[in-house]
Design a protein around this ligand. Structure first.
Ligand code: AHR
Length: 500
């Protein structure tokens, strides 16, 4: 099958915010305990953080990590996680039916983020709590000193404020599963008042208001319109979430889901424009896609675990999806969608980072290893920064229940600050290779400087603690001649080609 594409230096989507490649750590399952934190582990540092996990996080070059939830945050008291560890209370976590020791709190997470070389993006509890705890938390984290909360932080060992910019006003407040779920009007009001209070402290904070938990919510997209009506001029981002499932084992259907993601982004972008016009506002509000991933492999097992729980276990394995080769293609196409919509999606968080629906897994007391989906995330994060190009693509497509004319070739391209043009390709076709011919207009890149491909695996091939087959290898045959990139993309393949 042939595919034609055109890239033009002047035809751009815009600058990609590096935070598009963020991630997420929640107090859930083994993300924190025996994930990032395992005192006594042979690689642990003086704070108890696993060095092998930190190495993999640094390898991914994660720019921002959302914390501490997720559903967990909606019944969380941030003050439980400060002060001497031995005095911290053990609490029931109502979101995941587990016990929380509070051994890790804001100080520990901040230390970890510093070691990982990442920014923090913090969420406040607008479920069981509200404005007052939120403003106290912001003061504790960001105020230099001389006030009750900032001096308490200093007493607790941290002299300088952390200066966290991004704050999420609650999590998935539309969801019936959320502690303290709200209607759009109830949430719009509290989010507006909380934003007002936080901005009264610091106008430069970047505030994220909750959008829909998934485009399948009955309240979507009315939720966005109502919530933004209250908050448009007080926030910087609206948060969207989406998880991708392949329940029916129908690969073409599964791989067409990014079309639904694209539609979700376009719809909310439209609501943002509509609200801006309605408010006669001069400012733009963007999308923070702060939870996205494949999530379905572990659902049955989790249901059994949660239903079978007699008590309230501490950090049990939960949401430990083991990803396969099919998920590489899906994650690659999702990331392509974000690059193509990076004009409006400024922040993205792969949910999550370690052990819980994550690219990095750990064995308690043992190794840390890379899932199959580590790789498309790695390539996008490492090489997908710069200016996203608006490509013209001509390629045959197929119809699924989700969408019509889903192109077999999913493509995105980014010009980096170093002038290298990086092209990310996913071939969704199960049996046919795609012969790509891409003309480069006004672009001077003339040779292939890197070519990585993941292809040729069984769809259910997975990696594990001892490694595994699903990893990139060098591609071959790609070439640039007379301003035209040509490459043969194998059936069901992920490929990144860099031109310098
Ligand atoms: O990431 C797992 C969970 O998915 C989060 O806690 C919640 O926000 C979402 O429903």
């Amino acid at each position: 099958m042939r595919a034609r594409a055109t890239a033009h230096a002047d035809f751009v989507v815009g600058e990609i915010d590096p935070r598009l490649y963020g991630s997420f750590i929640e107090h859930l399952g083994r993300a924190v305990y025996s994930g990032i934190y395992e005192p006594g582990h042979e690689t642990a540092d003086e704070n108890g953080f696993r060095g092998d996990v930190l190495d993999l996080v640094r390898e991914l070059d994660v720019p921002v990590v959302r914390y501490p939830g997720g559903n967990f945050v909606s019944a969380y008291n941030w003050e439980d996680g400060i002060g001497p560890k031995e005095g911290r209370p053990v609490r029931l976590d109502l979101a995941w039916h587990t016990s929380e020791s509070n051994e890790v709190g804001i100080h520990e997470f901040a230390d970890w983020a510093e070691a990982a070389g990442t920014e923090m993006m913090l969420a406040v509890n607008l479920g069981s709590r509200g404005l007052d705890e939120a403003r106290a938390f912001v003061e504790y984290v960001n105020h230099p000193g001389g006030t009750y909360w900032s001096d308490l932080r200093r007493e607790n060992g941290r002299e300088a404020p952390w200066g966290v910019k991004m704050w999420c006003l609650g999590n998935e407040m539309d969801g019936p599963w959320q502690i303290g779920q709200k209607t759009a009007d109830e949430y719009g009001r509290i989010a507006f008042e909380t934003a007002k209070a936080l901005r009264a402290y610091d106008k430069s904070l970047e505030l994220v208001v909750c959008g829909s938990s998934t485009p399948n919510m009955a309240t979507y997209p009315e939720w966005e319109a109502t919530v933004l009506d209250y908050t448009y001029d007080s926030v910087d981002f609206i948060s969207l979430h989406m998880y991708f499932e392949n329940h029916a084992g129908d690969l073409p259907e599964y791989l067409s889901l990014p079309a639904k993601l694209d539609d979700y982004i376009a719809t909310v972008a439209g609501i943002l424009k509509m609200t801006k016009a309605k408010k006669r506002s001069k400012r733009d509000v963007y999308i923070s896609f702060d939870e996205w991933n494949v999530w379905y492999h572990s659902r049955e097992q989790d249901r059994a675990t949660l239903e079978g729980n007699e008590g309230w276990p501490f950090a049990p394995p939960l949401l430990e999806d083991i990803y396969d080769f099919a998920d590489v293609l899906q994650v690659g196409a999702i990331l392509n969608t974000f690059i193509r919509r990076s004009d409006v999606v400024k922040v993205g968080c792969l949910a999550q980072l370690v052990n819980v629906i994550a690219p990095i897994m750990t064995v308690k007391g043992g190794t840390a290893w890379r899932q199959t989906t580590f790789w498309p995330y790695y390539f996008a994060s490492r090489y997908g920064r710069g200016t996203a190009l608006n490509l013209a693509v001509d390629c045959p497509g197929y119809d699924s229940q989700t969408a019509s004319d889903v192109p077999y070739l999913d493509l995105s391209a980014v010009v980096g600050e170093d002038g290298v043009l990086t092209v990310f390709c996913v071939n969704r076709h199960e049996s046919e290779a795609v012969s790509l011919a891409m003309s480069l207009e006004g672009l001077s890149q003339s040779k292939v400087v890197m070519d990585k491909v993941i292809a040729g695996h069984e769809l259910d091939a997975t990696n594990g603690p001892d490694g595994g087959p699903v990893a990139p290898v060098d591609g071959n045959g790609a070439a640039v001649n007379d301003g035209r990139l040509t490459a043969e993309l194998p059936p069901l393949s992920y490929r990144m080609i860099r031109l310098g």
